[in-house]
Design a protein around this ligand. Structure first.
Ligand code: ZN
Ligand code: ZN
Length: 259
C-alpha cells in the first residue's frame, strides 16, 4: 500500500445541509484520494433511503449503512421495517446502523429503544450484516444485549465518547471503536487517552458530518473532508505516522466489509 487514502467511516451525506453541494463534496473527497465514504441511511425517512440509493450509485468509493436510529424508536412500525428490508434487498449495504441506545438525549422511551435495538440486531444476524452502533451513556446495556444475542459478526461503536474501561470491554470482545472530530476538542483529554489505549487494529476514523466539525472549525458545518483532521489527531496521539493510520484503518475497513 503506502498511498491508501482516508476512510470516513460515518457521515450523513443525505443530510439536507448538503443539498446545495453534495456531489461537489463527494467529488472533492474522491479527488483527495479517499478510499471510502460510509453514509448513513435513516430507515424512518423515505427521503433518506431514496437519496442514499442515489448516492450509492454515484461513485464506487461510496458505501452505506442503514437502520433505525434510537432517537426515533417510539415511531418504529411494520411499515418502517418493511422499508428498511426493501432497502437491504436492493443492496449493497455495508452494515445495519446506526442503531443502539441513547440514554443521554432520551428522545425515545428507553424500553422502545431497547426493543428496536434488539430487532435491529436480529435483522443484522438474519442478513449476515455487521453492526454500526450509536451509543450514548448506554454502552453497558448495548454490550449486554450483544452478549445475550451472541452476535457473531463485526461491531463498530461509532463516534465513541465513553470511558476507558468500557472501551477495553469493547475491544476485548473483538469489536472496534470509531473516533470523530471530538478527539480534537480542547477538553477531550480523557477521550484522547482512550484513543492512545485503543489498538490501531480496532480503530476507525469518521466525521459524523454535517455534525461535529473538528477544531479549528468547531461549530461550523462539517464535511467528510475533515476526516483528515481526525486521522492527524489519531497519528499525533499514538505518536505514529499519518500514513500508518490511513493504512491500518483501510485494513480494518476491509476486514469489516469483506467477511
Ligand atoms: Zn450517532
Ligand atoms: Zn451519525
Amino acid at each position: 500500500m503506502g498511498h491508501t487514502g482516508p476512510v470516513d467511516f460515518h457521515c450523513h451525506l443525505d443530510d439536507p445541509s448538503f443539498d446545495n453541494d453534495r456531489w461537489r463534496i463527494i467529488d472533492r473527497c474522491l479527488a483527495a484520494g479517499f478510499s471510502r465514504l460510509v453514509t448513513v441511511a435513516d430507515a424512518y425517512e423515505e427521503r433518506s433511503l431514496a437519496l442514499t440509493a442515489e448516492i450509492l450509485g454515484y461513485r464506487d468509493a461510496l458505501a452505506a449503512v442503514a437502520g433505525a436510529h434510537p432517537h426515533q424508536a417510539d415511531g418504529y412500525s411494520p411499515l418502517i421495517e418493511r422499508r428498511l428490508l426493501a432497502f437491504l434487498d436492493r443492496g449493497p449495504v455495508l452494515a445495519i446502523g446506526e442503531v443502539g441506545l441513547d440514554f443521554h438525549y432520551d428522545f425515545a422511551a428507553r424500553e422502545n429503544q431497547e426493543t428496536v435495538f434488539r430487532r435491529q440486531v436480529a435483522l443484522a444476524r438474519e442478513r449476515s450484516l455487521p453492526l454500526v452502533i450509536h451509543s450514548r451513556q448506554a454502552e453497558g446495556l448495548v454490550l449486554k444485549i450483544l452478549d445475550q444475542e451472541k452476535f457473531p459478526l463485526p461491531v463498530v461503536f461509532h463516534c465513541y465518547t465513553g470511558d476507558m474501561a468500557t472501551a477495553g470491554e469493547i475491544v476485548r470482545r473483538g469489536y472496534s471503536l470509531s473516533f470523530s472530530g471530538i478527539i480534537t476538542f480542547r477538553k477531550a483529554d480523557a477521550l484522547r487517552a482512550v484513543v492512545a489505549a485503543t489498538p490501531l487494529s480496532h480503530l476507525f476514523s469518521e466525521t459524523d458530518s454535517p455534525y461535529l466539525a473538528p477544531e479549528p472549525e468547531r461549530g461550523k458545518t462539517n464535511t467528510p473532508l475533515a476526516v483528515v483532521r481526525v486521522v492527524e489527531a489519531i497519528a499525533a496521539i499514538k505518536n505514529t505516522g499519518i500514513q500508518d493510520v490511513l493504512d491500518q484503518v483501510a485494513v480494518n475497513y476491509r476486514r469489516f466489509a469483506e467477511r
